[in-house]
Design a protein around this ligand. Structure first.
Ligand SMILES: N[C@@H](CCC(=O)N[C@@H](CS)C(=O)NCC(=O)O)C(=O)O
Length: 240
């Protein structure tokens, strides 16, 4: 999404989920720290072949920071004013860090309940070759049989997720100092209010995963918070 937003041309190398490791080891792409796996490789990664030797970067935040340094137009990360010590910059970065904590489930661990609702449905959209890898890894990560990852009470789990999204929406509105108005075509659902940032792409990427894996949950989410999340998806679709 970052490359598209900046209007950069690129080639995509497709791989299977279980084949990421082989591709990355061959290309010298660094692993991603993981709480359970000793060695873990994740998408996306970027190979900048315009420099010698080719530069390999993994993890979306690292990629976005690198892209901003090299191509400052349409900033993704450095949306804050250029003076890194200014109070404004510090506040924006602290706020974005808060959003990131929501997504990682460190700000409100109940956000992760969404993952437990989606993960059981993911094998349906995977290629046959990836299903054993997906089931084995998620069984290890959740430390329970794959078929026991889904919450026992789905409605209660969904209420929990909704509550966290309500808090996230409130957090975002407080930053903007006015509620998002989906009826106003000039009001954008961006995390920072007026300008797109990596945080919007992080949210959109997660929603896309939910939409593809568990469309029933996505249909629910669409109705939450005045349609804010569906507007976010609509407005970011041009860069996906
Ligand atoms: N911190 C990484 C996380 C990326 C991540 O977890 N990617 C998932 C897919 S969205 C992945 O590559 N999983 C590989 C696997 O499950 O083996 C980032 O922001 O890029």
């Amino acid at each position: 999404m970052g490359l598209n937003y900046k209007g950069l041309s690129f080639k995509t190398r497709w791989t299977t989920l279980s084949g990421i490791r082989e591709v990355y080891e061959e290309a010298g792409i660094p692993p991603t720290p993981h709480p359970v796996e000793n060695v873990f490789y994740s998408v996306p990664a970027l190979l900048d072949t315009s420099v010698t030797p080719t530069l390999a970067i993994s993890q979306s935040f690292n990629i976005e920071k690198y892209l901003d340094e090299k191509f400052p137009n349409n900033p993704l990360w450095s949306v804050a004013p250029p003076n890194a010590n200014s109070e404004d910059t510090k506040q924006i970065l602290a706020y974005l860090e808060g959003i990131s904590q929501y997504l990682q489930g460190t700000k409100d661990p109940r956000f992760k309940t969404l993952f437990t609702l989606v993960i059981p449905e993911v094998p349906k959209i995977l290629q046959e070759v990836d299903i054993p890898y997906f089931r084995e890894t998620r069984t290890r990560w959740y430390n329970k049989p794959f078929d026991a990852i889904a919450p026992k009470n789905k409605n209660q789990a969904l209420d929990e997720v909704k509550d966290v999204f309500d808090k996230l929406a409130k957090f975002m509105d407080e930053y903007r100092e006015k509620p998002f108005d989906p009826k106003d075509p000039l009001d954008h659902p961006w995390v920072l209010g007026d300008v797109v940032s990596w945080a919007d792409f992080a949210l959109a990427g997660m929603f896309k995963w939910v939409e593809l894996s568990n469309s029933e949950i996505w249909e629910e989410i669409k109705t939450w918070n005045n349609g804010r999340w569906v507007r976010l998806m609509g407005e970011t679709a041009q860069w996906i």
